[in-house]
Ligand binder design. Structure first.
Ligand SMILES: CSCCC(=O)C(=O)COP(=O)(O)O
Ligand code: MG
Length: 245
């Protein structure tokens, strides 16, 4: 095992897929669950403001202002096939999944090392935030319905591509720092994707790449970022002299 990575920060910001949780679970369990329900959602809840807004965003991304429900569903399915993290896809998935979690159809997944470490960091006064392409609604349901019970009390802030912006742009990380009231240099981002780590670092954050065998980005690696194979390899504390904005 490598030496622990040691950070004195006020908050840790967590990516979900590939970092706290298995991409395979998301793709094999959550994606089919949403795919089989898009048609009904578009047909039966076309007046729901969240659905209306997402459909408008799909049409805009397609450049097809008149796309009907069949065309919109086809686009959603194609984005799912290619794991495109399009905001309206994530919004509609979030609506479907949050209802699936509430009904007890779905239970989320966390790697074994994650929950004990999150509890330890939270107990030590480290603030925990989530920044995922999954929508805030999906994140809330994901943390509330874990195999270890409701983990939402551990989490202070939830950020997605709608309220923060794309994960590969430094401006999104600046927005999160501003919204959370934590100075950039007091934030640590954990993610499996090098482009996201680059963007966080460009915004002045600390960043650690999480590399788990079997994950899509494992072979590619995380460039010149510090890396860990599990959360156990990362030590986080909050010094009393830490400056927050
Ligand atoms: C509970 S979020 C579901 C996972 C998901 O749809 C997703 O796109 C996660 O992407 P991430 O940014 O966490 O890698
Ligand atoms: Mg990820």
């Amino acid at each position: 095992m490598s030496l622990p990575l040691v950070f004195d920060v006020d908050a840790v910001v967590l990516d979900i897929e590939g970092t706290t949780s298995a991409t395979g679970f998301v793709v094999d369990v959550l994606y089919p669950y949403s795919r089989s329900r898009f048609g009904a959602l578009l047909a039966e809840r076309s007046d729901d403001p969240a659905v209306l807004r997402a459909v408008a965003q799909v049409r805009e991304l397609l450049g097809e202002p008149d796309a009907d429900a069949v065309r919109v569903e086809k686009a959603l399915d194609e984005w799912l096939d290619d794991d495109v993290k399009a905001t309206p896809l994530k919004t509609l998935q979030g609506l479907i999944w949050s209802e699936g979690f509430a009904r007890g159809d779905l239970v989320s997944h966390f790697y074994d090392d994650v929950v004990p470490v999150l509890r330890r960091w939270h107990g030590a006064g480290v603030r925990l935030h989530v920044y995922s392409s999954g929508s805030v609604a999906a994140q809330r349901a994901w943390f509330a319905s874990s195999p270890d019970g409701d983990l939402l009390p551990l989490v202070d802030g939830l950020y997605d591509t709608e309220n923060a912006g794309p994960k590969q742009e430094p401006a999104s990380y600046r927005r999160i720092a501003e919204a959370s009231g934590v100075a950039a240099g007091r934030l640590l981002f954990l993610s499996d994707r090098p482009g996201e780590l680059d963007a966080a670092r460009a915004a002045g954050w600390h960043a650690v790449g999480i590399r788990r065998p079997g994950e899509p980005y494992y072979e590619q690696g995380v460039g010149d970022h510090a890396q860990a194979g599990s959360f156990d390899e990362i030590s986080v504390s909050v010094s009393t002299s830490g400056s927050t904005t």
